[in-house]
Every structure is written in structure tokens, then in C-alpha cells.
Design a protein around this ligand. Structure first.
Ligand code: MTE
Length: 329
């Protein structure tokens, strides 16, 4: 697949501001006339506006965490939304963008259950509305050794966890993707993955300020191929931890069985922390190719060194004190 990238010479430096990216996108949306009627104005401070109409922008997003390195330029919107892993829509990188059209991310409910004080089923707006939306620009590193920089919109997972009050016995959090074979072509085959796609975190990982429940990127709601209407983002872990289109969140005492480890425990672990010192059996983890850095995806992308914990060591290394970092998690 050919992806149009900015040439490195088009980008002055790492100082390119995400705002300029937004403005370009926004102008494009306005030019297409898609934004009319999609913004909810005057949402109370600290309260997210309801989901804008397709193609519209979120009305009220505050700037959250951003710590970008040299040359961490946001990956172009087109690459983020056309080069995807979402096996429910097929195993090719272009399949999700091509096949996710019929999927309906609204209306949407999430069931919260297990070891918590307030189990129940909540609508998307009720889940998101009480929280301020933040924009977080994170690196994303896939275990397949490619990476992106994505301006997400979302809310800290810790805020949601606190709302449902996990009980003392809860040690983990488990997430499940929707099962809807009529709209998800990959789910019509039992040979791709066992459905639903499941992921999990230790509760203290879920409470880390970096863990995000994303509802958008580049200022607008997630497209189906990126996990609409809500997905997990844990930037210090390999991308497969970022479970998409979540319908169930459970608090558990035992470590959840995440899908890829169930498929192949010799290649995928539970923790899956980005670690350049431990290669995956099929991919080096020492380096990565940054999509959007020029060249053809998969062929001529420039390679760069992968950072421990994907560059978030300061924020998360303490979570793994005493654990061996020499084996592939
Ligand atoms: N979630 C579900 N439900 N199904 C998937 O196949 N793929 C994972 C993760 N979440 C996947 C998923 C993998 S391997 C990666 S790298 C990221 O989603 C990719 O996210 P993106 O396509 O938004 O870049």
C-alpha cells in the first residue's frame, strides 16, 4: 500500500505544533462542509460535549500530557487511519479502513462488572460526559516494529476506574471488544482469532496517569478502524494491548487471559512492555520504522532506535521494580 507522507524536508523540526496539524485538518473539514451543525457549544467547564456528528470536532478538549522527542512529528491522519491492525475487519493493514464502514459505533453501552462497588451498564455519553476530554500526543509502537505518533483525545483510565470503585480484592482490569459478526467481516471466521478480543492490565498499571481511554484522534471522534467509539491506549506497551471498541470492563482477582498470549504464549505476553533489549521471535525490537517519516510503508521507512518503555521509562519503570526485564513479556 502506498501512503502519502510528508517529506522530512517539509517538516521544519520537531517543533511542528500539533495545532498546525489540526488547523489543516479543520480547514479540510470545513471546506468539505462536514462540520456544520456538529459542534455542541457551551458545554459546562470540565464536562465533555456529547459526541459530535461524523467528521465533526470535539468542542472542548484541554491539552494533556505531551513529551515528544526530536523528530516525533505527528503521523499524518491519513496514515493513522489507513494503516491499521483490527483483525475483526480483516488481517491486512488496509482491511480495517476498507471493511469497517458498516460498523455502527452508536448507540453504545459498556458493561462494568466484577469486583467493584458500582457494577452496571452505562451508555457512551454517560460514561464519558462527567470527564474533561484531554488531548494526549503519544508514541505508539507495534510489536511488528513500526511506530507512529498519534494525537489522541480521551480521558484518563484512572478516572473511570475510580468511579466504579474496585474492591480490595481486585488486582486486574479486563477489557473486551464487541462481537458483531454481521458488521465485522473478520469475526465471521473462527480461524483468525478467538472472539471477543480480550486485553488486560494490572490495576496499578491502569491507574498510571499515562493510561488513556481514547474516544478520538486529531480532535475528532475515532474512526471505526481505530476502535470507535472507545479504545485503550497504553503508550509504554506494544500496540496490541490497545483493545478497541470496548463493551465490557471487568475488575478481577486473577490475571486476564489476553487474546494474543492465548494464541501464542511463546510470542506474546501479558505485560508486553516495549523493550528494545528483547527481540520478538519474528521482529527485532531494537529498532522501528516510523510511519510518516517518508518512503513507502514497510519498504523504505527510515529506522530509528526503539526506546525502553517506548520513551516513558520515567513515568512507568517503577511499576515493574523487581521484575525481570530480560525476558520477552
Ligand atoms: N483491538 C481489537 N479488538 N482487535 C485487534 O485486532 N489490534 C491491536 C490493537 N487493538 C487489535 C486491537 C494491535 S496489534 C495494534 S498494533 C493496535 O490495535 C493498532 O491500533 P491502530 O490500528 O489504531 O493503529
Amino acid at each position: 500500500m502506498l501512503i502519502r507522507h510528508k517529506k522530512p524536508s517539509d517538516v521544519a523540526s520537531h517543533e511542528i505544533t500539533p495545532e498546525s496539524v489540526y488547523l489543516d485538518r479543520r480547514r479540510f473539514i470545513q471546506a468539505s462542509g462536514l462540520i456544520a451543525g456538529s459542534m455542541i457549544l457551551g458545554a459546562p467547564a470540565g464536562q465533555a460535549a456529547v459526541m459530535p456528528a461524523k467528521g465533526g470536532q470535539f468542542a472542548d478538549v484541554t491539552k494533556g500530557y505531551r513529551k515528544l522527542g526530536e523528530n516525533d512529528t505527528p503521523t499524518p491522519f491519513e496514515s493513522v487511519t489507513t494503516y491499521n491492525n483490527y483483525y475483526e475487519f480483516g488481517t491486512g493493514k488496509e482491511d480495517p479502513a476498507e471493511n469497517a464502514g458498516p460498523f455502527k459505533p452508536q448507540p453504545w453501552t459498556v458493561t462494568v462488572d466484577g469486583l467493584c462497588a458500582h457494577p452496571g451498564t452505562v451508555g457512551f455519553d454517560d460514561l464519558i460526559k462527567p470527564h474533561a476530554l484531554e488531548e494526549r500526543i503519544y508514541r505508539m509502537r507495534c510489536v511488528e516494529a513500526w511506530s507512529m505518533v498519534i494525537p489522541w483525545v480521551g480521558i484518563p483510565l484512572a478516572e473511570i476506574v475510580k468511579r466504579f470503585e474496585p474492591l480490595g480484592a481486585a488486582k486486574y482490569i479486563r477489557f473486551e471488544t464487541i462481537v458483531r459478526p454481521a458488521e465485522m467481516v473478520g469475526q465471521r471466521s473462527a480461524h483468525i482469532l478467538p472472539w471477543p478480543y480480550v486485553e488486560g492490565l494490572r490495576l496499578d498499571e491502569a491507574m498510571n496517569p499515562l493510561a488513556l481511554i481514547a474516544v478520538g484522534l486529531y480532535g475528532q471522534p475515532l474512526l471505526n478502524q481505530n476502535g470507535a467509539p472507545l479504545r485503550l491506549v497504553t503508550p509504554w506497551k506494544y500496540g496490541f494491548k490497545g483493545v478497541k471498541s470496548i463493551v465490557r470492563i471487568s475488575f478481577t482477582e486473577v490475571e486476564p487471559k489476553n487474546t494474543w498470549r492465548e494464541m501464542n504464549a511463546s510470542e506474546y505476553g501479558f505485560y508486553a512492555n516495549v523493550n528494545p533489549k528483547v527481540d520478538h521471535p519474528r521482529w527485532t525490537q531494537a529498532t522501528e520504522r516510523r510511519l510518516g517519516g517518508g518512503g513507502l510503508a514497510g519498504i523504505l521507512e527510515p529506522r530509528r532506535r526503539t526506546l525502553m518503555f517506548n520513551g516513558y521509562e520515567e513515568e512507568v519503570a517503577h511499576l515493574y521494580d523487581g521484575m525481570s526485564l530480560t525476558k520477552y513479556y
